[in-house]
Design a protein around this ligand. Structure first.
Ligand code: TRP
Length: 337
């Protein structure tokens, strides 16, 4: 218990806006699982954030539960990690409101994700999309998190979270821990199989391998993966000139544990025709136990409910303390019950 209290706090969330894919797994969730002994870890489904873009309600509900099952199947042990659904911990929305009042219009206007999503959803540029970063700051600051493992695309939101925390602390004293983004090196980034210069994303389903996908579909996607139009056609790591092959090598390295040198030697003289299906097979074998375990968990609704109930209770216990302090600092009358 003594030790427990001293662990640094790590927190992250993924929006259940699409099914989890290989990029989410290799770039994020796989590494999260490995950190449970070193850090006090909180991982959640950011369902409130997902509402900033119009959703099909039944699909959102399905994906939120499926994401929880997948987190566990990917190795996030609910005994060692606090796993919860964001909307179950009402402190997020409440602190989100308060932090809105400490986040500037100009700051929110500069967020690249806001600009991108506004361009993509021109008919639904709602207030939630604009103030998304204040809610994300609340997610993080409620738990006094030290580290926030995210992709490069979330760096700007993490920086803004720091600015908000510092601004608040300057007015009211030490209320929030100022968190740090924890961004994996470029090698851990999985690019799309159809376009190796863009991050793997559900918006290009043919270039994206989902965790729950059937082996034959995964095999097909790898066979059709874009390789490079250079003349040498050999398996060599060169992200500049051979982004397609280099991405496949990164994926193969991540799922087999082999080094890039070993991979070059393994496929020396073999050409892309042999390499692509080999990567596909390695990915299929990595994902098979995850998919089967997730399916087993999804069939056990009572267990999943127990996990997210206990997760929300633990999360809320911590979040409540921060929120109470904030309410007091800003001048709200203490709630008598
Ligand atoms: N904005 C993140 C994304 O789109 C998801 C997210 C919401 C998040 N709240 C968070 C990530 C808090 C880390 C911490 O990927």
């Amino acid at each position: 218990m003594e030790n427990e209290a001293k662990k640094k706090i790590m927190l992250s969330g993924i929006q259940p806006s699409g099914d989890l894919h290989l990029g989410n797994y290799l770039g994020a969730v796989k590494n999260w699982g490995a950190r449970a002994d070193e850090f006090d870890c909180y991982y959640f489904m950011a369902d409130l954030h997902t509402l900033t873009v119009r959703q099909n309600p039944a699909e959102l509900r399905r994906r939120s539960l499926e994401q929880l099952a997948q987190y566990i199947a990917c190795g996030l042990d609910p005994e060692k990690n606090t796993l919860f659904i964001q909307s179950h911990v009402h402190e997020h929305a409440e602190l989100g409101w308060i932090l809105n009042c400490y986040t500037m219009f100009g700051e929110l206007s500069r967020m690249t994700q806001f600009k991108d999503k506004s361009a993509k959803n021109a008919d639904n540029i709602n207030g939630g999309l604009f103030t998304y970063p204040s809610l994300m700051a609340a997610d993080i600051l409620l738990y006094q998190a030290d580290y926030v493992p995210v992709g490069e695309d979330q760096r700007q939101h993490c920086e803004l979270t720091r600015d908000i925390a510092v601004r608040f602390n300057n007015i009211y004293g030490d209320v929030f821990k100022v968190p740090e983004a924890y961004i994996p090196k470029a090698g851990a980034r999985v690019m799309g199989l159809g376009n190796p210069t863009a991050k793997m994303s559900k918006s290009d389903p043919n270039g994206c391998v989902f965790l729950m996908e059937k082996p034959e579909d995964i095999a097909r996607k790898f066979k059709r993966a874009i390789t490079d139009s250079d003349t040498e056609r050999c398996v060599r790591f060169d992200p500049e000139n051979k982004p397609g092959v280099s991405n496949l090598m990164n994926i193969y390295a991540a799922v087999t544990g082999k080094t890039l040198d070993e991979i070059e030697r393994e496929f020396d003289g073999a050409g892309y025709g042999a390499f692509k299906p080999a990567v596909g097979d390695a990915v299929i074998e990595t994902l098979r136990p995850i998919r089967e375990e997730a399916q087993r968990l999804l069939a056990d609704k009572a267990y999943l409910q127990q996990v997210y109930t206990e997760g929300a209770q633990k999360a809320s216990f911590i979040a409540r303390k921060t929120l109470r302090k904030v309410y007091k600092k800003v001048g709200l009358v203490e709630k008598p019950f």
